[in-house]
Design a protein around this ligand. Sequence first.
Ligand code: 6PG
Length: 245
Amino acid sequence: MGQLLNLRVFDSFESLVVNLSEAISLQINEVLSKKDHFSLVLTGGNTPRPLFKHLAQNYRDKIPWNKIHFFWCDERYVLHSDPQSNYGMAKELLLDNVPINPANIFPMPTSFATPAEAAAEYEKTLKSQFDSSAPHFDLALLGLGEDGHVASLFPHQVTMSEKSRWVVASISSKEPLQRLSLTFPVINRSEMIYFLVTGENKADPLRRALSKERIEIEDCPARGVRPVDGEIVWWVDKKAARLVE
Ligand code: 6PG
């Protein structure tokens, strides 16, 4: 039985950010009432920027930031100081503005000779933080690309069918071309997945991602996000939800 769709539609991006921030805070505090730390996967791209700013400005004292272990779902293969770096963006907008424990920040490395070596290194990092069965993130924040990609798993690429590696190198059609990405086996071990999808340009990819029609994962990688035991909540604004039946 497929999971029931949990789609939350907001009139504006601003109201989405306010409600999503509160949900993230509640989720973190709920889990930390039972565990000593919280493993959080951050997404990159532009969508999460207002969310990271809002969390830094309004949740500095409402979330025990020092108990959060930060990971990334993907990265552009550029220096962390590059304006296109997902880690660099999160550091500027969130991590530098809340009391995190630097030992708990696990950026994807981008200074190896090749992305494949960096992917292998990040897999070692994940294995050092989780027992080697598979990582089990408490919450993964994911975005949706206009082509239906998720993390840096792009349509018609072999990386999507990866079943054993936890982290792969991939090639984007947009600069920066070289990327690192978690794979579906790892993403789908998350306890909770929040998709953040906003804007008119995401109406069609969201329609395809949620459609009951037979659309292959090859053609819309976001359809490959199927948590084994966890849940997905789609946080979308009205513009992005325009075509959802
Ligand atoms: C990245 C992201 C990527 C992103 C989508 C949506 O590195 O770009 O991790 O998967 O979530 O491309 O990007 P926007 O939020 O910029 O539309």
